[in-house]
Design a protein around this ligand. Structure first.
Ligand SMILES: [Zn+2]
Length: 452
């Protein structure tokens, strides 16, 4: 509206000026360099306007011409950069697809076009890895250390190589260095923890747990779990060194960090029993049983008074089982103790209940023993044994990494050495719970580096 108004006003002023000039024609004379021009004032003004318009146009044309080479160079640079990025992403895709030849060609092209080693180094690394050239990859990783923006990637690459070689000392050094740059990286904290535990550097592992929690690398629950693992190892080591006081302290601290760590309960109860504190040891085992009934706990409970006659042991075990009366493991423990005490009726009742709660080989095998020992009935015993052979296995410790089963818990898998991989599995399968080969930390796909 305002624009329309201003046009109207300008037009009115122009028309008024033209009318005024027409009303006052007058003459003007210009004398210059021997020329003499005589004309009317409106014509002179028109000529001046035309000259001004021409000069403005000529000036713009000249300015455009002088800027031309710069703009042309800019365009060329932009085109090169675009082509460079295209070669880089295509190269990464080729590397991810395992096409070594294409990846190599595109890496060279990206290197030439972008002339930025920070950007192209990653593709060069992937190409070297694809070609199985560990030395070239190491060279690239080392070069990455020189720039702060790629230093962590370089350290992680070198760490991967150290882990693949099983060089724990170097891996620890590299992980510690990488953590100074990237302290909240949970993978780094995991890798460092594993290597420290493998090297038996428990003190350092304990410090790492506190630091990883403080820096947000691990959530509180995970940090507590790892703290309990380290303290439990320290308890075991102190016990082996004959330092039972420290062993008790560490085991108690481990249980405070994670009350469900059965191994710590077993350590503590064993140390207390050795010190003659039978009542305390029994309480520790009863508490552990209440959390998760396990044969190991029942065995330790029975071992608290190895001199007990079977009948007394069966009576004592009732106290342990009372913490989880309806559990198959409780019925199984009571059934076996009753069988040992020749309490046939009790044994049959508990074992049949256990078999019903959790049909598995163990109660069937004990029922076969019962048939043999109570009645000498070989045919009935064989029937139970046949059932046992066809039944699913009972609960066991199983490694999440390789699927290996074990009768007792250990921090590192006896089969594959994975740290903290053993889980108490009620229905163990023969399949590993997760792939055995740990994936490398160095991002293997373009999508992964895109997330960085
Ligand atoms: Zn394993």
């Amino acid at each position: 509206m305002i624009r329309v108004l201003s046009y109207v006003v300008a037009l009115a002023l122009l028309v008024a000026g033209a009318v005024w000039l027409a009303d006052h024609p007058g003459t003007a004379t210009v004398q210059w360099l021997g020329w003499r021009v005589q004309t009317t004032v409106p014509v002179l003004l028109g000529a001046l306007l035309a000259i001004a318009a021409f000069l403005t146009w000529a000036f713009h044309l000249l300015a455009g011409l002088t800027r031309m080479p710069g703009r042309w160079a800019d365009d060329r640079r932009d085109r090169r950069r675009r082509k460079g990025y295209l070669a880089l992403t295509d190269g990464l895709a080729a590397a991810a697809a395992g096409q070594l030849g294409a990846a190599r060609k595109l890496a060279d092209r990206a290197d030439k076009l972008l002339a930025d080693p920070v950007l192209t180094r990653y593709l060069a690394v992937q190409t070297a890895r694809l070609a199985g050239d560990a030395d070239a990859a190491r060279e690239h990783f080392n070069a990455m250390l020189e720039r702060p923006e790629t230093a962590v990637l370089g350290l992680r690459g070198l760490l991967d190589q150290a882990l693949a070689k099983g060089d724990a000392e170097t891996a620890v050094d590299l992980a510690v260095r990488a953590r100074t740059i990237s302290p909240a990286d949970s993978w780094l904290a995991d890798a460092l923890f594993t290597q420290l535990v493998k090297l038996g550097r428990l003190h350092q592992a304990q410090d790492l747990v506190a630091d990883a929690r403080r820096r947000g690398a691990w959530p509180a629950a995970q940090a507590n779990h790892r703290r309990a693992l380290v303290l439990n190892e320290r308890a075991a080591r102190a016990a082996a060194d004959g330092d039972s006081r420290s062993a008790v302290t560490f085991a108690k601290q481990a249980l405070a960090a994670e009350p469900g760590l059965t191994a710590a309960s077993l350590h503590l109860a064993t140390m207390q029993a050795a010190a003659g504190q039978m009542r305390r040891a029994a309480t520790v085992l009863e508490k552990a049983w209440a959390r998760q009934p396990m044969p190991e706990l029942a065995r330790a409970y029975a071992a608290l008074a190895p001199e007990d006659p079977p009948l007394q042991r069966a009576r004592r075990l009732e106290k342990l089982a009372a913490a989880r009366p309806g559990d198959a493991e409780s019925r199984l423990a009571l059934g076996e103790a009753s069988l040992n005490a020749k309490l046939w009726g009790q044994a049959r009742k508990h074992l049949l209940a256990a078999a019903e709660l959790r049909p598995s080989a163990e109660p069937y095998r004990l029922l076969a023993r019962l048939e043999r020992e109570e009645y000498g009935n070989q045919a009935a015993a064989q029937a139970w044994l046949d059932k046992a052979a066809a039944a699913p296995p009972g609960p066991a410790w199983q490694c999440g990494a390789c699927g290996a089963k074990a009768a007792s818990w250990s921090l590192s898998c006896p089969n594959c050495g994975a740290i903290d991989g053993m889980n108490w599995v009620i229905c163990p399968s023969s399949e590993p719970l997760r792939p055995a080969a740990e994936q490398g930390s160095f991002p293997a796909s373009t999508a992964e580096i895109a997330q960085r």
